[in-house]
Design a binder for this molecule. Structure first.
Ligand code: MG
Length: 227
């Protein structure tokens, strides 16, 4: 029996294009002015310090901005960059310039599971802060009540089996009792290797079902019944 759900966001509950075409460009556009305006803020000072530490030298604010924009272009998943993106998104959601995307079928099914008392956890490479923001302001309202917990790469890489063992331990369940949902085949393999049940998402227009993939593949949450 499935005792808990663990779900990815991008390509699973939400469209890949929202993150790629809305969230990331928004952060990229706003980072320079945000840093210039908020450079005295405690969290921002910490981010600037962390960037200097990674580079191993003192940097001016403009140098940090340049470097961060380069990391974005190179798609580097570096902690201070992710934290900064989280702060910029927070402001965007607060101002109403951003609204989190979730597919209707995902919303309906997650709500159904929640009402059945099945705990739902999120595991995404976006920071926990960004995950909560995305679900706090959606076309269906604030959906954070649906989730019992959030995990990001602080718990480990999503393609590493040990991360899933760690999550199982943290939520107090055997991996076998957890159903993991993701569009990424390597994440699916890692979770399966840890003993979790798995379903791979191949949403139309986003991912293709893989031939000979040894695990169940679906296009939508509607196809998931036996939980
Ligand atoms: Mg994904």
């Amino acid at each position: 029996m499935v005792k808990a759900i663990l779900t990815d966001i991008e390509g699973t509950t939400s469209s890949i294009s929202f993150v790629k075409d809305v969230l990331f460009p928004y952060a990229e556009r706003k980072i320079p002015s945000f840093l210039r305006r908020e450079s005295d803020r405690r969290e921002v000072i910490k981010i600037l310090k962390d960037v200097e530490e990674i580079e191993g030298k003192e940097l001016s604010l403009e140098e940090v901005i340049k470097l961060l924009l380069r990391w974005i272009r190179e798609d580097k998943k570096i902690t201070p960059l992710k934290e900064l993106q989280g702060l910029v998104w927070e402001e965007g959601y607060r101002k109403g310039e951003l609204r989190g995307h979730i597919y209707e079928d995902a919303y309906e099914k997650l709500k159904e599971w929640h009402e059945k008392g099945i705990p739902i956890y999120v595991y995404s490479s976006g920071s926990v802060k960004a995950q909560k923001l995305l679900f706090s302001n959606t076309p269906y309202g604030d959906l954070t009540y649906l989730f019992s917990g959030y995990f990001d790469t602080n718990v480990g890489n999503k393609k590493d089996k040990d991360s899933y063992l760690r999550i199982a331990r943290k939520v107090g369940l055997e991996p076998e009792g957890i159903l993991f949902l993701s569009d990424n085949p390597q994440e699916i393999e890692a979770a399966a290797a840890a003993g979790m049940r798995v379903i791979r998402f191949a949403r139309e227009g986003e991912n293709e079902p893989l031939p000979d993939f040894p695990h169940t593949q679906v296009k939508s949450f509607k196809e998931i019944e036996a939980v």
